[in-house]
Design a binder for this molecule. Structure first.
Ligand code: FAD
Length: 475
C-alpha cells in the first residue's frame, strides 16, 4: 500500500507542501489535503481589498480543480482531533459528516486562530473594530472604511486608528501596509487633510515588525528600518503610539496600556486592529482517549516541533533554538509548518506597562517563510518515505525573508518599502555584530516596489495554481 500523507490546511504552508509532495511523490504516495472552504487566499493583497482598490475575487482561487490536476485528494473539511498514537485525524466535513482519516504522515498547517476574544470588545463580531485577516474581514473593513470616506466627503473630520489589538499580537507588517494604503487612498481622493490617522502598535519602536527591526549597510553607513519607518510616518503626517497593548475596546473608544506611561484611551471613527493569534483549537488524543494537547503544544496552542522551548531571558536566546525540520519531538510522522508551529521565543524586545503587562510583538511567520517551511516538510517526508532521516532544514535563524510593504496600489503614484533580511531571526553566534548577514540585508522605498508587489501577486497566483513551470518560481 502507498504511504498516506494527510495535510491539514491549504494556506501558504499546507498548499505549498501539497504542491511539492505531488512533484516529489505523485505515484509513490497518496496525498490528501483537508481544509475548509475549497479556496486558497493570497493574503498579501487583502490590504487592497480592505481599501476597496482590489476586488475580493482577485485574491483567491478554488482549490479542488488544482488538486485534481496534480493528483492530490481534497477533503472540504476541518480537522478537530489528531490521534497520533493511532495515526488518525478526526475530520468534520463541510456537509456535516464526520470521519476518522488514517495517515502515515501528517502535516499540521492550520494557520492561526484569530483570538479576538482575548481583547474585550475587539473584532468584527462586536462591530467595534475591523480586521483584514480573511477575505470576509477585509470586505467588512472596506465597507466601513468607505462609509467613513463618505462622511469625509461631506466635510466632516474623522479619526482612523490602525495597528494591533492585543499586547502580544503579530502581523504588524500587514497592519502597517493597510495604514499606508489608507493614507494613499485618502490622498488620491483629496480627503487626507480631514482625516487624523493614528498608528497604534505593540512594537517597541516603529519598524520593528516583530523581528527586532531591520537594517542595512549603505556604503558602510548603517541605515535602520526604524529611521525609515519613522520618516515615512512623519512624511504621511501619521501620529504613532508605540509599545502600546490594547486592553479593551468600547464603541468608538480604544483603551491601551503603554510602556513608560499611564493607561490611556483614544476615540476613533474607524479602527482596523489585528488580534492576538493562537493555535487552531485542535485536540490531540492518546490511544487511551486522554487529552494530550498540553504535551504536544505550547501554552499559545501552537504545535511544538524540534525547537528549544526552554524558558530563557531575552538576551539568552540563540539561533539554534529555532526548529530545523519542523517535526514533533514525540511522533516522527507528525509535522507542523507555517503559523501552526510554535516559535520557541519572540524576536522582538519585551516592554512592560506600568501595570506590569508584557507588551511584545509576537514573531511573524510570513508567507515566504511559511512556504519555505511547507516545501521543507514535503522534502523531509519524501526523505522518510525513501528510508532516509529528514535532511532539509529551514530554521528562521538561517532562512531569509523578503517583504514588500505596499504604500499605495497605483502603477503611477504607488510606492512600497522592499525589505530583505537574512536570516529572519538574528544569530549572534554566526554574525556577532548585527546577528544578520549584512551583505544580504536591504531596505528600499520607491515606485519599483509597488510594481514588484503587483508582479508577485500574479506570479505567485500562477505558481500556487500549479500552472506550467510553477516549480521555477521560488517560495
Ligand atoms: C492582511 C495580511 C497581509 C499579509 N501580507 C503578507 C505579505 O505581504 N508577505 C508575507 O510574506 N506574508 C504576509 N502575510 C502573512 C501570511 O499571510 C501568513 O504568513 C501566511 O498566511 C501563513 O501561512 P499558513 O499556511 O501558516 O496559514 P494560512 O495561510 O492562514 O493557512 C491556514 C489554512 O488552514 C486552514 N484551516 C484552519 N483550520 C483548519 C482545520 N481545523 N483543519 C484543516 N484546515 C484548517 C485554513 O482554512 C487555511 O487554508 C499577511 C497576512 C495578512 C493577514
Amino acid at each position: 500500500m502507498k504511504p498516506r500523507i494527510v495535510i491539514l490546511g491549504a494556506g501558504f504552508a499546507g498548499h505549498t507542501a501539497a504542491l511539492h509532495l505531488s512533484r516529489l511523490l505523485k505515484h509513490q504516495a497518496e496525498i490528501t489535503v483537508v481544509s475548509p472552504g475549497n479556496r486558497f487566499t493570497w493574503f498579501p493583497s487583502l490590504i487592497w481589498v480592505g481599501t476597496g482598490t482590489m476586488p475580493a475575487d482577485n485574491v483567491h482561487f478554488t482549490l479542488a480543480p488544482v488538486y485534481e490536476r496534480i493528483g492530490v485528494h481534497y477533503v472540504d473539511g476541518r480537522a478537530t482531533e489528531i490521534h497520533p498514537d493511532e495515526n488518525t485525524v478526526a475530520v468534520e466535513r463541510g456537509d456535516g459528516s464526520r470521519e476518522l482519516r488514517p495517515y502515515d504522515y501528517c502535516v499540521n498547517a492550520t494557520g492561526p486562530f484569530l483570538n479576538f476574544a482575548a481583547t474585550p470588545g475587539l473584532g468584527p463580531q462586536t462591530g467595534n473594530t475591523w480586521s483584514v485577516c480573511s477575505v470576509e474581514h477585509a470586505e467588512q473593513a472596506r465597507d466601513h472604511y468607505l462609509a467613513v470616506v463618505a462622511e469625509l466627503e461631506k466635510g466632516q473630520r474623522k479619526r482612523l486608528v490602525i495597528g494591533t489589538g492585543h499586547p502580544t499580537a503579530t502581523c504588524e507588517g500587514a497592519a502597517f501596509e493597510y495604514l499606508m494604503n489608507v493614507d494613499a487612498d485618502l490622498r488620491r481622493r483629496g480627503l487626507r487633510e480631514r482625516a487624523d490617522l493614528v498608528w497604534l502598535s505593540n512594537e517597541p519602536e516603529a519598524g520593528d515588525f516583530g523581528v527586532d527591526g531591520v537594517e542595512m549597510l549603505n556604503f558602510g553607513r548603517l541605515v535602520t528600518g526604524a529611521s525609515l519607518v519613522r520618516g515615512l510616518l512623519d512624511e504621511a503626517d501619521v501620529r504613532s503610539i508605540m509599545a502600546a497593548g490594547v486592553t479593551k475596546v468600547e464603541p468608538g473608544r480604544v483603551h491601551y496600556e503603554q510602556a513608560g506611561a499611564d493607561p490611556a484611551s483614544l476615540d476613533y471613527d474607524f479602527a482596523m486592529l489585528i488580534p492576538q493569534f493562537r493555535g487552531i483549537p485542535l485536540r490531540y488524543v492518546a490511544a487511551d482517549g486522554s487529552d494530550i494537547s498540553k504535551d504536544l503544544t505550547q501554552p499559545n496552542g501552537f504545535m511544538s516541533v524540534d525547537g528549544d522551548y526552554t524558558p530563557k531571558a531575552y538576551d539568552q536566546y540563540r539561533g539554534s533554538d529555532w526548529p530545523a525540520v519542523y517535526r514533533s519531538p514525540r511522533y516522527e510522522n507528525l509535522y507542523a509548518a507555517g503559523i501552526a508551529f510554535a516559535p520557541p521565543h519572540p524576536l522582538s524586545k519585551p516592554k512592560k506597562s506600568a501595570g506590569g503587562a508584557v507588551i511584545q510583538a509576537t514573531t511573524p511567520r510570513t508567507g515566504m517563510a511559511s512556504g519555505i517551511m511547507g516545501r521543507t516538510v514535503a522534502q523531509n517526508i519524501a526523505d522518510q518515505i525513501g528510508g532516509r532521516p529528514p535532511s532539509h532544514h529551514a530554521r528562521l535563524s538561517e532562512i531569509p525573508a523578503a517583504c514588500i510593504a505596499s504604500m499605495g496600489n497605483s502603477f503611477w503614484s504607488g510606492s512600497a518599502a522592499s525589505i530583505i533580511m537574512t536570516p529572519v531571526a538574528r544569530d549572534f553566534e554566526r554574525y556577532p555584530k548585527y546577528g544578520r548577514d549584512m551583505q544580504l540585508c536591504t531596505l528600499e522605498v520607491g515606485l519599483g516596489g509597488a510594481w514588484t508587489k503587483r508582479a508577485l501577486h500574479s506570479a505567485f497566483l500562477w505558481k500556487l495554481q500549479a500552472r506550467p513551470g510553477w516549480p521555477l518560481i521560488p517560495e
